[in-house]
Design a protein around this ligand. Structure first.
Ligand code: HH2
Length: 266
């Protein structure tokens, strides 16, 4: 079986890669259906950017962005909601989302109450400040211990589908991100399915710099996104969160049987 692919759908004006493209609900729904047609197993709908330095969105506005899109997509594909606001999470789960993608790793009671799947992601700080000076005593241990605790609390609260995510780029330097990828099996060993999101993220820019050393912009990071998605899947990630669904599904189809053959992953 291949690892799952979560397609990113940002209904925002300011997301770092697709901001402003799907703020119109009709365009957002059309793109979500397109992601599903390309093979996305889950479409992750978000109404507030979490890019470094992003400003928070008022609750009513985030809800108005997300709920109609969730409602329209839910009959066609599994939908997750990417939010840190309890009221938005509850409204989206009521509108048909069956997974709560929580970058604050604190909303599990809402997932438990709704009988939904739950993603606990690690972040150091908040989106506004997280990239100012990320530092760790030992990044892998700290991320693994944090997720052990949060995922354990979610399970104890009655969530039956708990995912953990190292939060690539969330209060982490490029070196932290690469170290976490290199040590992903330590996270897989926790026993929860692992989700990884590297797609188009800033740390990939310098790795794909041009001859003058100019980092690749967000729209030109497909190779790095695919390479790191394959790396994560081969190391045991059960799902990757990506903007470029079709090529990632193809990669997942290739990696899947290899993982079984080498005994990696769930
Ligand atoms: N990354 C982003 C947002 N949500 N959720 C999980 N579980 N894991 C991630 O790595 C993750 C996430 C950031 O990417 P994107 O949604 O494309 O951008 P923005 O936050 O600017 O909307």
């Amino acid at each position: 079986m291949r690892p799952s692919v979560m397609g990113v759908l940002n209904v925002t004006p300011d997301s770092f890669s697709d901001g402003g493209r799907y703020l119109d609900p009709e365009q957002a729904v059309a793109h979500g259906l397109e992601l599903a047609a390309q093979g996305a197993d889950v479409v992750d709908v978000g109404g507030e950017s979490s890019r470094p330095g992003a400003t928070p969105v008022p609750e009513a506005e985030e809800r108005a962005r997300v709920v109609p899109v969730v409602e329209a997509l839910a009959p066609h594909v599994r939908v997750s909601v990417d939010t840190v606001k309890p009221a938005v999470a509850s409204a989206a789960l009521e509108a048909g989302a069956t997974m709560l993608n929580d970058i604050s790793a604190s909303l599990w009671p809402i997932a438990a109450e709704a009988g939904a799947g739950y993603v606990a992601m690690h972040m150091q700080g908040t989106p506004r400040t997280m990239q100012r000076d990320p530092h760790y005593r030992e990044v892998v241990d700290e991320v693994v211990e944090f997720l052990r605790e949060r995922a354990g609390a979610a399970s104890e609260a009655g969530v039956t589908e708990v995912w953990v995510d190292p939060g690539i780029g969330f209060g982490k330097t490029a070196a932290h991100n690469l170290t976490l990828l290199r040590h992903l099996p330590a996270l897989v060993d926790l026993g929860y399915p692992v989700l990884v999101g590297t797609s188009r993220k800033a740390f990939l820019g310098p790795l794909a710099a041009d001859a003058q050393g100019t980092p690749a912009p967000a729209g030109e990071r497909l190779e790095g996104s695919l390479a790191t998605a394959v790396w994560a899947m081969a190391a045991g990630a059960a799902m990757v969160r990506v903007h470029d669904v079709r090529p990632t599904v193809e990669a997942a189809t290739l990696v899947g049987p290899a993982r079984v053959a080498t005994g990696g992953g769930q």
